[in-house]
Design a protein around this ligand. Structure first.
Ligand SMILES: Cc1ncc(COP(=O)(O)O)c(C=O)c1O
Length: 438
């Protein structure tokens, strides 16, 4: 066996120092810290694919609007807890322009990133009806959302959708919903980590079952319209970003500034509550607050208690970005499609050296090239593969941490630099030589 670019001893010792008994369970932050330490000690550059952080400059439209707002003095004022009217209006228009759904400005509520949007949604959904005390994840998913539920002491259930695509989703989903304990269903679309995208058949199943069992769908659109197989970038024209909003009234859409607009640092997103849900009263609210509707409890009780609103200037940035996108003056997807180009090159290199894509298809179509992809290697489980790749200076997270039952890793394209394709090619050639298949 030829020597690996980073010594095995260095990686093994660093992992030991972190007291990680099973590397398949290492968190993103742990993998990042181990890679950083090994990089520093070995002097060899890592190809970092563990973090899902935007790797592009922020939207210029947003930065300009935010600076202007600050210069106009808004920093001294508490923002309206409901959100500034400009942002509410543009978010409503954005949903019309890019999803083709009517949602009133009233229900479009700024949050300090979708992270806060899901936290507040989980809380509100859990308070509707005391019999419904559990959130259902259609996994794989974003690990921090489960951590949010652990932090708030709420229960969750989960299943890996890998075996349940298309019509098969119906029975599987119904087997959970018919128990009567589920308050909300959450998934991301496009999906972190697998980049699968639910199609309209699947969204219709989710929507119709949500209505039948009276549960709320939390549709996490953190990677809004970033399914680059189709051009979803023209406002008010098909094709649109697919959404469960066409199939039920019980929904909340979580739109984030972080990835589509490369605006993660300012912590801004918009949580969009359907018109019907906004005005719906639940018995749990009467008991806890003496009344209220989903919309008013979400804003005036939960968000108020969490952060008293969302940074004023960031709201101006988000309003300007959405407005420019709605008017067709700013094609936000053009700025981020480089992620898809990177994914295509990286996948080709991995596959040429014996790897395979774990989540490879949306029914009959290959998954899109985007922000993430998933890889496996024959006869290696998630933990072993993640650790082995560290010896070659490649860091990625195990699918185990995402609620997936498949063996493999999530790779993120956001930090890849142009000179690293060649590096990856050489390192994976050596990896394949040292780990012959079959
Ligand atoms: C699926 C998903 N949801 C939500 C988020 C968080 O978004 P925000 O930065 O708006 O809090 C991320 C970020 O990685 C994500 O991948």
């Amino acid at each position: 066996m030829e020597n690996t670019p980073i010594s095995r001893e260095l990686i093994d010792k660093t992992i030991q120092d972190f007291h990680i008994a099973d590397f398949s369970k290492a968190t993103i932050r742990e993998v990042k810290a181990i890679a950083a330490k090994a990089e520093k000690e070995s002097g060899i550059e890592f190809i970092k694919m563990e973090m899902g952080v935007p790797g592009l400059p922020p939207s210029v439209v947003g930065v300009k609007a935010e600076i202007e707002a600050l210069q106009n003095g808004i920093a001294s004022l508490y923002p309206d807890i409901n959100g500034i009217p400009e942002l509410k209006e543009e978010a409503s228009q954005f949903i019309k322009a890019f999803i083709n759904v009517d949602l009133n400005p009233e229900g479009c509520v700024p949050v300090t990133g979708s992270m806060q949007g899901t936290f507040a949604s989980f809380l509100t959904c859990s308070q509707c009806d005391e019999k419904k005390d559990t959130i259902l994840f259609i996994d794989p998913g974003f690990p921090v959302q489960k951590q949010q539920l652990v932090v708030m002491g709420q229960k969750y259930e989960t299943f890996d959708v890998y075996q349940f695509r298309g019509d098969k989703l119906k029975d599987k989903l119904e087997s959970y919903l018919q128990k009567g304990n589920i308050s909300a269903i959450i998934y991301s679309n496009p999906n972190n980590p697998s980049w699968i995208c639910f199609n309209d058949i699947e969204l219709q199943i989710i929507g119709e079952l949500a209505t039948k069992y009276d549960v709320i769908v939390l549709e996490d659109l953190a990677y809004f319209a970033m399914d680059f197989r189709r051009d979803l970038s023209t406002p008010y024209q098909p094709p649109y970003q697919p959404s469960v909003a066409h199939y039920t009234n019980n929904y909340v859409l979580l739109i984030s500034g972080s990835k589509a607009f490369s605006y993660a640092g300012q912590r801004i997103g918009v949580t969009c509550i359907s018109n019907k849900l906004y005005h719906r009263n639940y018995p749990g609210f009467n008991k806890r607050y003496g009344g209220g509707t989903f919309g008013t409890v979400f804003i005036h009780r939960v968000l108020y208690a969490l952060s008293s609103g969302t940074s004023h200037s960031a709201q101006y940035a988000m309003a300007a970005m959405l407005k420019a996108a709605n008017k067709g003056e700013y094609n936000f997807l053009n700025e981020v499609k480089v992620y898809g180009e990177r994914a295509s090159k990286l996948k080709e290199i991995f596959i040429r050296h014996g790897f395979y894509l774990v989540y490879d298809k949306d029914l009959d179509n290959p998954v899109a090239d985007g922000f993430y992809f998933t890889i496996g290697y024959p006869d290696m489980d998630s933990g072993k593969l993640a650790q082995e790749l560290m010896y070659y200076g490649v860091s990625a997270i195990s699918l185990t941490t995402t609620g997936s039952e498949q063996q493999g890793l999530r790779a993120c394209t956001s930090f890849i630099q142009d000179h690293q394709y060649q590096q990856l090619d050489e390192r994976m050639a050596l990896f394949a030589k040292n780990n012959p298949i079959g």
